[in-house]
Design a protein around this ligand. Structure first.
Ligand code: GLN
Length: 572
């Protein structure tokens, strides 16, 4: 039976509950335990697939094809674990399951009610996601006092009764404001959050105090008295420069030991933070600095939302930079700007590297193609992610292979040269407007060709070996067989996550290859159709595109091979 750690937030959202949850997990891992984390999202959407990224942040994609809130990404980046979609529980999923079951007559004539049926379903999902782990962190989305939280708190209380209090611990992550006109840290909102939580019968075992500054002794004492917990369980978590410092800071307060003691347990091994510390130092004081332009589309929504909607790319550059002791300064450029004045594409000369990230639709597409062209001709490192690969292929077909009207049918459905197109099997589904079923979602295998730059990067970073193990794991579950597809004896295979509909059109591959574009990897469907996964251009310092989103498999200390290669090339 695993131990459960519930993390709830008080006062307000956006204070770093996800990062705190991930950090607690990282600490327990360092003490020798097997950890997973669950995110509860109290909204009615079934998953995050239909949420607007500019409002809610980027959609995270799991190995098993889930489209999830980005907190799962935070867990993976800290824990270096592949977390499946069942670890995200939404109100929508819970109600849908209960109502579907009622329609199928499975309740045998009972009155189906909020209590017990909804909390029971929540508990069932938590237990399913927990198996084979020592510790399960459960982060409750939103803030204590939200109406939407109530069913989940109720379910957690009921879980506590089932497993016993000694197997479940509560954390409250709170915020202590320092109003500028009095310059004094206030504990009142925290006191109120503690009271609100107690209305659900929950008394926190630990309180994590987020604030601009560290908490002082008088305030710790005040919270101690109010919450009736030992002041050593009131833990200070002040603002820091990088979120990866948080596990180190929490360990300075001996959180690991205190938490294990709470469960009557001991460390399985003495934690070794030296590598993590070194990476954090590299982030804070890098030896070298590079400048990267991300030529994207969401610019007009405002800086904050923008950075969040490309969060994983941001993080992947940071991880690669940490491993290479290189600081990456990111500039967001609106690709439309290049369309308005063709001259402005020259601005890209000031950057050490250019990224064209994933995207959908026609807005800003020509600007992105101009950027890809500039990178190719001026020999600036270029990384194309999904749409970024497709647009680089279009650029190459137009300007190198002489197909002036080459395009993707996503933007130009009637083009004579659809170098990027949907596969025939998908067309039919699309025509019926069944968009949901047409995406290639989640992990897919890719066979890498010998002597390619891409293969070298997966070898150099150790990812090739790691993916071989993961592929064996996935193959154990028959429902994932299509993710691996047809393999070839003795060939090297890697795994990356996908979220897209269109593919490089097989009809143009020969022509593109004749003009020296290399397809470094491909996935083979069971019907033998080959889908191109990577491109690279020999003779160019770094022009690599991938149909996947390697940014979903980048972790601190285990960077994405493709981003690693890109940052290295930018530093040269
Ligand atoms: N719009 C492209 C497709 O659907 C690319 C998607 C993406 O970049 N994630 O194939």
């Amino acid at each position: 039976m695993p131990k459960f750690i519930v993390v709830a937030g008080g006062v307000m959202s956006g204070v770093g509950k996800g990062v705190t949850t991930a950090s607690i997990g990282k600490i327990l891992q360092e003490h020798g335990y097997k950890v997973t984390a669950i995110k509860i999202d109290p909204y009615l959407n079934y998953d995050a697939g239909t949420l607007r990224p500019t409002e809610h942040g980027e959609v995270w994609v799991t190995d098993d094809g889930g489209e999830i809130d980005q907190d799962l990404g935070t867990y993976e980046r800290f824990l270096n674990e592949d977390i499946p979609k069942r670890n995200n529980i939404t109100t929508g999923q819970v109600y849908k399951t209960v109502i579907d079951r009622e329609r199928q007559g499975e309740y045998l004539g009972q009155t189906v009610q909020f209590i017990p049926h909804i909390p029971d379903e929540i508990k069932k999902r938590i237990k399913k996601a927990s198996d084979s782990h020592d510790f399960v962190l459960i982060e409750v989305g939103g803030t204590i006092g939200d109406y939407e939280n109530i069913p989940f708190l109720f379910a957690l209380k009921s879980l506590e009764r089932e497993v016993g209090k000694q197997s479940l611990s509560y954390f409250l992550v709170t915020y202590l404001p320092i109003p500028s006109h009095i310059e004094e840290m206030k504990t009142k909102p925290t006191q109120q959050a503690i009271r609100l939580l107690s209305e659900s019968g929950i008394f926190p075992d630990f309180i994590i105090c987020r604030a601009k500054k560290a908490l002082d002794i008088p305030r710790k004492k005040k919270i101690e008295t109010y919450a009736n917990i030992a002041s050593e369980h009131v833990i200070s978590e002040p603002d820091i420069d990088t979120v990866y410092q948080i596990p180190l800071d929490l360990e300075k307060e001996k959180l690991g030991e205190k938490l294990l003691r709470e469960f009557g347990m001991k460390s399985r091994r003495s934690p070794d933070w030296s590598n993590w510390e070194k990476l954090v130092q590299n982030i804070l004081n890098p030896k070298k600095k590079i400048r990267v332009a991300i030529v994207g589309k969401y610019i007009e929504i405002g800086d904050y939302a923008l950075a969040d909607s490309y969060l994983s790319i941001n993080q992947s550059l940071l991880h690669a930079g940490a491993s290479l002791n290189t600081g990456v300064e990111i500039t967001w450029l609106d690709s439309k700007m290049f369309e308005d004045s063709k001259k402005s594409v020259n601005e890209l000369k000031d950057y050490d590297g250019i990224i064209v990230p994933g995207g959908f639709g026609s807005s800003g597409v020509e600007g992105k193609i101009l950027a890809a062209s500039y990178a190719r001709v001026k020999k600036i490192p270029y990384l194309g992610l999904c749409y970024g690969l497709q647009l680089a292929v279009i650029e190459f077909a137009r300007n190198v292979c002489g197909l002036g009207d080459a395009h993707t049918t996503e933007v130009a459905p009637k083009t004579k040269n659809p170098v990027i197109d949907v596969q025939p099997a998908q067309k039919e589904i699309l025509e019926k407007s069944m968009y949901g079923g047409t995406m290639r979602l989640g992990a897919y295998a890719s066979i890498l060709k010998e002597k390619t730059q891409v293969l070298k990067l997966y070898e150099e970073t150790g990812r090739l070996r790691e993916d071989a193990v993961r592929i064996q794991e996935l193959m154990k579950d028959k429902s994932h067989a299509f993710r691996i597809g047809l393999l070839e004896k003795g060939k090297k295979v890697v795994l990356e996550r996908h979220r897209h509909r269109y593919e490089v059109n097989p009809k143009y591959i020969e022509l593109l290859e004749k003009n020296r574009l290399v397809f470094s990897g491909y996935y083979t469907r069971f019907d033998k159709t080959k889908l191109m996964e990577y491109i690279e251009l020999p003779g160019h310092p770094f022009l690599i595109g991938t149909q996947a989103h390697p940014e979903f498999k980048s972790r601190l200390g285990n960077p994405s091979p493709i981003f690693y290669g890109f940052v290295k090339a930018c530093g040269k």
